[in-house]
Design a protein around this ligand. Structure first.
Ligand SMILES: O=C[C@H](O)COP(=O)(O)O
Length: 250
């Protein structure tokens, strides 16, 4: 059985004080459910503080990005060990905003994913097509190619640590969610690709999140799909009440 994983990607939001307030609200309402995993991914500036706050709670810490080198003259970059140092368990790689604004490619995403794994971090690797690509009927080919390239050189054993997030770019921050049927179809295509790469048994164990305008009013339907194993949530993770409702999907 795949344990559902709900992750909040705060993107470039939350000062230290705001971060503490949000996490306090989450901890107050979380309860002790152990049948689902909860992750928050604050901006770098709040990682250490939130890391202390969530230590020994039901919330895991994740970062939004990582560089693939261990150390060196890489101004502005953060190394995998630095993320471990502040308590991170997860790190997002290949988010479409990193691909769009910061030059990430399938090749650099693959290097970051390997660096994360080598340092004991669990990568959440994002893939997803643009609107023109979907309209042209290329969505599945684009997404499965991103999966293959991003996972190049990864072993079946390492896949136990990898989470994949399918995020159609046109659904991010737009309120325009993929229908649960469209999302399910893409998740099934991703799982079929994983089966080709790593074998059917391993493919059945890999968690695939959906991301793109996940809200309290659509999470239940999305999570009811057989190949949707969680959500990567942006806007609706910035308030405790809406993120708690998403965590408490039926
Ligand atoms: O990482 C999260 C996604 O980009 C989704 O963002 P959103 O929930 O604001 O659409």
């Amino acid at each position: 059985m795949r344990k559902p994983i709900i992750a909040g990607n705060w993107k470039m939001y939350k000062t230290l004080g705001e971060a503490r307030e949000l996490v306090a609200g989450l901890l107050a309402g979380l309860g002790d459910a152990t049948d689902r995993e909860v992750v928050v991914c604050p901006p770098y500036t709040a990682l250490a503080s939130v890391g202390e706050q969530v230590a020994n709670t039901g919330i895991s810490l994740g970062a939004q990005e990582v560089f693939y080198e261990a150390q060196g003259a890489f101004t502005g970059a953060i190394a995998p060990q630095m993320l471990c140092d502040v308590g991170c368990r997860y790190v997002i790689v290949g988010h479409s905003e990193r691909r769009q604004f910061f030059g990430d490619t399938d090749a650099s995403v693959n290097r970051k994913l390997h660096a994360a794994l080598a340092n004991g971090l669990r990568p959440i690797m994002c893939v997803g097509e643009s609107k023109p690509q979907r309209d042209a009927g290329e969505a599945e080919a684009i997404v499965t190619a991103q999966v293959r390239a991003g996972l190049a050189g990864v072993s079946a054993a390492q896949m136990a640590e990898v989470v994949i997030a399918y995020e159609p770019i046109w659904a991010i921050g737009t309120g325009d969610t993929a229908t649960s049927a469209d999302a399910q179809a893409m998740h099934a295509a991703i799982r079929a690709t994983l089966a080709e790469l790593f074998g059917a048994e391993t493919a059945q164990t890999v968690r695939i999140q959906y991301g793109g305008s996940v809200k309290p009013d659509n999470i239940d339907e999305l999570m009811a799909q057989p190949d949707i194993d969680g959500a990567l949530v942006g806007g609706a993770s910035l308030k405790a009440d809406s993120f708690l409702r998403i965590i408490q999907f039926q």
